[in-house]
Design a protein around this ligand. Structure first.
Ligand SMILES: O=P(O)(O)OC[C@@H](O)[C@@H](O)c1c[nH]c2ccccc12
Length: 258
């Protein structure tokens, strides 16, 4: 369970000579009862893990596509507690590792210990908390270690070298390399200095390095994947799912395998 499931998934990808592909979806978008169907579809498509977003009223890092998905999920009454309860019910029906992406505020409201306990019960493998800086991660990291849940850290293009080293050495599961300065959302052009940046963090990191933000085509998956261990795609997955373009989602996942 938990973190081992994630580590094993990355190991399988590496052994197969492929790149990891982690889609982001918003929990409760379309109603929480559609979540199992999405998880099973993505598992079947061959994703490495799923980043499951918890909707939040003040999502500072999210671009328009994810903000809208969050609003729809909140309108359906989705809460952190509800998501963890639902996962606890369905966790026996799939094997793909689940990573929760939540802002820290709902976690504080929940209560740190209860949250980590319930996340473990729900079978969660890892956590991404974008507004919890590494300097403050001691608040929750020891609790998560005890429950064997990975705390995934984010590196950004503007992180100073020393901080980058700290982030890279402390990240668990994988290191999330944010590839743009700004918010989430599909972009047509890839940042030109990306190559150097990804190579640099790869040197510091003991875990796989996955690039995310602005990736939206199979070509970008291949191009960016070639300089790191895999990619994360959020906004594009959400808009393709909304449009019913499931084949295009499969093509994105497939691009990481070629
Ligand atoms: O949507 P994009 O541009 O493909 O980026 C991934 C991103 O959506 C997902 O990882 C994410 C959604 N919300 C976040 C907040 C912070 C960091 C990461 C995220």
């Amino acid at each position: 369970m938990s973190k081992q499931r994630l580590d094993a998934a990355f190991q399988r990808v590496a052994e197969a000579g492929e790149k990891a592909f982690v889609p982001y979806i918003m929990a409760g978008d379309g109603g929480l009862d559609t979540l199992k169907e999405k998880i099973l579809f993505l598992q079947e498509a061959g994703v490495t893990a799923i980043e499951l977003g918890i909707p939040f009223s003040d999502p500072v890092a999210d671009g328009p596509t994810i903000q809208e998905a969050g609003k729809r999920a909140l309108a359906k009454g989705t809460s952190l507690k509800g998501v963890l309860q639902y996962l606890t019910e369905i966790k026996g029906d799939f094997s793909v590792p689940i990573l929760l992406m939540t802002y820290i505020n709902p976690v504080f409201k929940y209560g740190l210990e209860n949250f980590v306990e319930d996340a473990q019960q729900a079978g969660v493998s890892g956590m991404i908390i974008p507004d919890l800086p590494i300097e403050q991660s001691d608040l929750i990291a020891p609790l998560m270690k005890k429950k064997d849940i990975a705390l995934i850290q984010l590196a950004t293009l503007t992180s100073p070298e020393e901080r980058l080293k700290k982030i890279a050495s402390e990240s668990e599961g994988f290191l999330y390399a944010v590839t743009v300065n700004g918010i989430t959302g599909a972009r047509s052009k890839v940042n030109e200095n990306l190559d150097m940046y990804l190579k640099r963090i790869k040197q510091y990191s003991k875990t796989p390095v996955l690039a995310g933000f602005g990736i939206s085509t199979p070509e970008q998956v291949k191009e960016i994947g070639s300089t790191c261990d895999g990619v994360i795609v959020g906004s594009k997955i959400i808009s393709l799912w909304d449009a019913g373009e499931l084949e295009a989602i499969k093509a994105l996942v497939q691009a990481a395998k070629e």
